[in-house]
Design a protein around this ligand. Structure first.
Ligand SMILES: Cc1ncc(COP(=O)(O)O)c(C=O)c1O
Length: 400
């Protein structure tokens, strides 16, 4: 048998990427599949950003840059952190990565080690736990209850912290639940976090996608956390730039230096043309962001209405951010389909793909197998068609 590195051998494939890949495969084979699986905006990257990339190409900006990014991009990141989050960082306290995913991984690999525990409130993005395992540390999954709006409570946090706890990853707005931590929730958590001194990683990639009230930044609410806090962000979702691969990391200078050292050895700089485009994205006019968010808001309202009307689905909380709904589907899971119980969200997702040609992601890898994740980063016409089909299949399942 092929002998692989122990941690890589244990690595699970990304459930979201697998679902999207399966949908693409079926589409390429001619099936009329609608994908509600993708975690990426369906909008095109705004023209002014593409134009900046063309200018960079024409100017021959095709060489290596510093592994941590160009000075122009670091300055643009500082500008963004002040404008959007009210956080003051210097250029030496920030860096660019090849996407939010690489930034998150490099930070996790830099800060955590064997024997450490990292708290991950679940349901959570599928990659966090795998990244923590790859670092040698253990993820400590703490289930945030639906009754508490899928937000971790201060009491849960307090009891999850042990002598081995070295960090926590907070993602607001949250993928997959759409939960947003408001000021009062963050204030409660911040007391416990400030006392604990553990590393606090804030994943802000969906920060602009909120529908009714913004997502305040934890480090603005409790500035002491900055000393043991890391900002993780990305241009992927905000500027519809998933393919460009530009992420943001900000934190204490020594940590950034160490993360940059790691990045310098494992990948080097993020793409130089994408970096030039990112400067324009961050510093130029921000109207396209508002236009995209307004469209997501309309879709969120539509999706909530349709999901709540689906037999066997329940969605008690309004998803307040990101572009996902995460309904519970328990009544469907004990039902037998073709002789065997459906079992879990992944099982239901498989049936919906086969029977309705709609791709969504089961909740298993998000830490909530009785749920499915529905992405509304697709057109209203697609959503309408997809929900009509899901409704038909859900009815058939329940009618036996
Ligand atoms: C919560 C969360 N963090 C980070 C990322 C990383 O995005 P990217 O690597 O495209 O910047 C994603 C992407 O789906 C995400 O959902």
């Amino acid at each position: 048998m092929l002998k692989l590195n122990r941690r890589v051998a244990a690595l699970r494939p990304s459930a979201t990427m697998a679902a999207e890949a399966r949908a693409t495969e079926l589409k390429e084979a001619g099936a009329d599949v609608i994908s509600l699986a993708a975690g990426e905006p369906d909008f095109d990257t705004p023209e002014r950003i593409k134009e900046a990339a063309r200018r960079a190409l024409a100017a021959g900006q095709t060489k290596y840059t510093a592994a941590s990014g160009t000075t122009a991009l670091k300055q643009a990141i500082c500008y963004k952190l002040k404008r959007d989050n009210g956080l003051e960082y210097e250029a030496a306290e920030v860096m660019a990565s090849a996407g939010g995913k690489q930034g998150a991984f490099n930070v996790i690999a830099t800060l955590f080690d064997e024997g450490d525990e990292v708290i991950i409130p679940t349901p959570a993005w599928v990659s966090f736990a795998e990244m923590v395992r790859l670092s040698g540390a253990q993820p400590k999954l703490v289930r945030a209850s639906q009754d508490h709006g899928f937000r971790l409570s201060a009491a849960q946090l307090r009891s999850a912290i042990s002598a081995r706890t070295r960090g926590i990853i907070i993602n607001s707005p949250c993928n997959p639940t759409g939960a947003v931590y408001r000021e009062e929730h963050l204030r409660e958590l911040s007391r416990v976090l400030a006392e604990s001194g553990i590393w606090v990683l804030c994943d802000d990639v969906y920060e602009h996608m909120t529908y009714g009230g913004s997502a305040p930044h934890l480090f603005r609410i409790e500035p002491r956390l900055r000393y043991h806090g890391i900002v993780l962000n990305s241009l992927s979702k905000t500027y519809a730039m998933t393919g460009w691969r530009v992420g943001i990391v900000a934190g204490p200078r020594e940590v950034i230096q160490a993360v940059a050292r790691l990045q310098g050895q494992n990948s080097g700089n993020p793409n130089s043309i994408a970096q030039a485009a990112a400067v324009e994205a961050l510093k130029g006019p921000q109207d396209e962001v508002a236009t995209m968010v307004a469209e997501f808001h309309k879709r969120r309202d539509y999706v909530v209405e349709r999901v709540r009307a689906l037999p066997g689905f329940s969605l008690p909380n309004l998803p307040e951010g990101a572009f996902y709904a995460f309904p519970e589907v328990s009544p469907l899971l004990s039902v037998k389909w073709k002789g065997a119980p459906i079992g879990d969200g992944d099982g239901l997702a498989r049936i919906l793909l086969d029977e309705a040609q709609v791709a969504l992601v089961g909740g298993n890898d998000f830490g909530a197998p009785e749920h499915v994740r529905i992405s509304y980063a697709t057109s209203m016409a697609n959503l309408q068609k997809a929900f009509d089909r899901i409704e038909g299949v859900a009815r058939r399942i329940l009618e036996g």
